[in-house]
Design a protein around this ligand. Sequence first.
Ligand SMILES: [Fe+2]
Ligand SMILES: [Fe+2]
Length: 157
Amino acid sequence: MGRKALEIAGLPVETLVEELNRAYADEWLAFYQYWVAAQLAAGRAAGPVAQELKRIAAEELEHAEELARRIIQLGGRPLGHPRLWLEQSNCGYSEPPANPKDLEKMIQDTVHAERCAIEVYNRLANLTHGKDHATYHLVRHILDEELEHEDTFENML
Ligand SMILES: [Fe+2]
Ligand SMILES: [Fe+2]
């Protein structure tokens, strides 16, 4: 849907791009949080935990790519500086626990991030429903994967 069509549908493009950039910031922070946790994870159960963290980190990076593509299609610009990720994110960032053997804390932090992401994509789905089919389709697709992520991490606790 084009810019004019979106405006007619009552969804200012600037608002949509801003919201998509907030989600984009969340995805980069989730990617890095999971990725660095995977590098650090230590202790007996660390192998499988690190493997899942890496696998899901790669999916968060894919989400960032998909959002960047849509932001550009809408005439916007993905956030150009990592500083903006923290400033504009919805969900923030959890530093890995000081004790790299504390896998439970690591996993709890991921569950927290996934629950926040689910809220964000639910909100974005409501915002775009019936107004911007392409964005709606994208955020529904991402939402489905965030629901799977929450389930995967919950089952590791
Ligand atoms: Fe994601
Ligand atoms: Fe996720």
